[in-house]
Design a protein around this ligand. Structure first.
Ligand SMILES: [Zn+2]
Length: 118
């Protein structure tokens, strides 16, 4: 018998609960996204829901603002300065761990499924 184990290094799983929409004819103000992020920790999978909003400089999207709906913690992702491969988030994993965190990996993966954003 084999037992499947999840590596703590497994990339987080991202799933839109409510897909984000940028301003368009249908949604002139755009629509806030709600993203479910499951990270695979040593203690097992942990899932949390986050709101996702674009951060704008003028009309240009320069990052993403996430808010954890369970605890209110907020995170800002900068994917412009260094591109997605060097994207930085304001959470401890990025600031102190200097590596892509679950917010960056999950937000990128989710946005890639959303037409016309990335
Ligand atoms: Zn983060």
């Amino acid at each position: 018998m084999t037992t499947a184990t999840l590596s703590p290094n497994t990339a987080p799983a991202a799933r839109w609960i409510h897909e984000l929409a940028l301003p368009c004819a249908k949604y002139p103000q755009g629509m806030q996204g709600i993203l479910s992020i499951t990270s695979f920790t040593r203690r097992g999978p942990v899932t949390a829901a986050y709101t996702v909003d674009p951060i704008r400089d003028g009309g240009r999207i320069v990052g993403w603002h996430l808010e954890n709906l369970d605890n209110g913690q907020t995170y800002d992702i900068d994917h412009v300065s260094w591109g997605w491969s060097g994207a930085e988030c304001t959470c401890g994993s990025c600031v102190f761990g200097h590596r892509a965190c679950k917010h960056v990996l999950a937000t990128r993966a989710a946005l890639e499924t959303t037409g016309g954003i990335l």
